[in-house]
Design a protein around this ligand. Sequence first.
Ligand SMILES: *[C@@H]1O[C@H](CO)[C@@H](O)[C@H](O)[C@H]1NC(C)=O
Ligand SMILES: *[C@@H]1O[C@H](CO)[C@@H](O)[C@H](O)[C@H]1NC(C)=O
Ligand SMILES: *[C@@H]1O[C@H](CO)[C@@H](O)[C@H](O)[C@H]1NC(C)=O
Ligand SMILES: *[C@@H]1O[C@H](CO)[C@@H](O)[C@H](O)[C@H]1NC(C)=O
Ligand SMILES: *[C@@H]1O[C@H](CO)[C@@H](O)[C@H](O)[C@H]1NC(C)=O
Ligand SMILES: [Fe+2]
Length: 566
Amino acid sequence: MRVTLLSVLAAAGHVTAFAQDEGLAGNLVYRSPYQNIPELGHEIQSIARRLTKRSNGVSGDYVKDITFTHNVASGDPDHESVILWTRATPKEGTYSKSHSVCVTYSVATDDKFKKIVKDGHAVTTADVDFTVKVEAKGLKPFTTYYYKFANCKASKQESSVGRTKTVPAPNSKVPADLKFAVFSCSNFPFGYFNAYGIPARQQKMDYVLHLGDYIYEYAGDGDYGNVTATGRYQQPEKIIATLEDYRLRYGTYRSDPDLAYAHAQYPWYVIWDDHEVADNTWKDGSAHQNDTELGVWFEKRKGGAVQAYFEWMPIRQVDKKDPLRIFRSFNLGNRADLILLDTRQYDRDITDMYYNTAAIKAIAKDPTRSLMGPIQEKWLMDELKKSAKQKTKWRIIGQQLEFNRLDYSAAQPGRDGVYDQLAKLKLGNNIVLAGDVHSIWAWDLVDDRNFAGYDAKSGEGSWGAEFVGTAVTSPSPYASVNATSRAFGEKLLVGSNPALKWTEVTWRGYYLLNVGEKSVKADYWGVKNITYRNDQETWLASFSIDDGANHLKRPFNVSTGAAEQL
Ligand SMILES: *[C@@H]1O[C@H](CO)[C@@H](O)[C@H](O)[C@H]1NC(C)=O
Ligand SMILES: *[C@@H]1O[C@H](CO)[C@@H](O)[C@H](O)[C@H]1NC(C)=O
Ligand SMILES: *[C@@H]1O[C@H](CO)[C@@H](O)[C@H](O)[C@H]1NC(C)=O
Ligand SMILES: *[C@@H]1O[C@H](CO)[C@@H](O)[C@H](O)[C@H]1NC(C)=O
Ligand SMILES: *[C@@H]1O[C@H](CO)[C@@H](O)[C@H](O)[C@H]1NC(C)=O
Ligand SMILES: [Fe+2]
């Protein structure tokens, strides 16, 4: 029998001694993303019954000694709430399915916790890898908060203190610039996560945006990773395919101190790309898996990958009935609408699987082809319409694939549809963000069906700008090419693409996106060496776009010679 949350809460009276089910229901991880889906979802009431059974040799009480193994994190802030995350395991020794951990959480306006504005508790078990996710509600807009977790059974056993920040109230006037650090493609065995730690320690941002490839599924040592160079062994040391594998992999990544610090200090907005499941995924497979390879059928693998993602990432589930949906939006006052898309896992048609490259190219313009799927496409059109109607200044569209380039040509009608909608709404001030390509690109946002109407010199005819970030650590697609050839290739690309203003394929790093009232600015930073932990970075280039201009501002602030310094 499936039980609803209401029946669970109604039954709570019968187990008041421990109120296990209330604490379980308070932990969002049990209820997302697969609530009420057999096999993948959790039955809170039966877990509660299992825990309180005295015959199994445990007292039914919570574990007394616990460890916060992976620090704290927060995410998806809106104007009145934020998701808080931690992981709390029984300390040392063996634990079984009978063990449950209870944690309290508190949210305060000061880091000494003198002014606590919110508290509560939640229970976690091995069923969810001892992860904890709660939504702290009733907060004030655009305000910094501090939070921590503690053991219900021993309040001195505390997590470290996290810091987070809500966003401005819907459509309100925003008193300051909104600052984002934007990341993508962070591969653990390829290098140290200096790109996370440097801007975090320098307090360069308010919020973090991760555009995907937060983990990689490969084995690592020699299989898309260079452990010889970095010493960064990961768990498990094989291609990951099961729920347990994905959990262990997240655990390895989050053991990186720079990543852990950046999570504790800033709220993150995250979307996945392909590697959170596997390489070049489409809705029913990946370039390395058609169906049953790796001893697990693809749907099962994807189910486990998605479950581990929801366990480990501070993400909200926006539609209880749609477990795969991570496309969502946040209104950041009258300054910006943050629109986050999923062009990979949700409903993408079959893509380049390496054996079918020519066939995919041949059908790219077929109007039935889609990266987002019809449900998400319709949602995006509605979001743009809503944003136009409420006259939000900027649209920040965070997604995976380079919008201006060939990736979208795998399903061009989706891109055309976005331009058609912008034209219909006469809606400018659009900033598209992308990752995925492990290299930097800065573009005017030009409908490639209408290049005749675009003036590359003035920017006339563009709908905004696109900023593509390089990888945190994943290698450049041109890593095997020498510096001279790389520079030659960069010049060739800029020379042959009128809308492309700059590309840089050497540096690893990140960019800062400053969303102001009068302009949006992107500052690209490169990290100097990822083979060990360090704080060295170099400014690479800056681009800005003024309100109403709809194209990158001329001249471009690009530091020449930065690449040669490597
Ligand atoms: C791994 O790193 C080592 C040391 O930096 C280097 O010599 C080697 O070529 C790298 N291997 C690969 C496959 O990139
Ligand atoms: C998937 O199927 C195609 C077509 O039969 C084949 O060429 C490819 O090698 C298969 N991929 C894997 C990972 O088995
Ligand atoms: C760089 O690579 C290109 C193409 O392989 C080659 O022609 C050129 O001589 C190389 N330049 C240097 C400085 O090694
Ligand atoms: C990075 O640092 C290591 C260790 O100090 C050094 O061997 C390597 O040459 C450096 N790499 C670069 C690109 O500077
Ligand atoms: C270019 O941008 C950098 C980094 O934001 C800034 O320090 C520098 O002053 C800018 N230079 C010009 C000419 O605008
Ligand atoms: Fe990547």
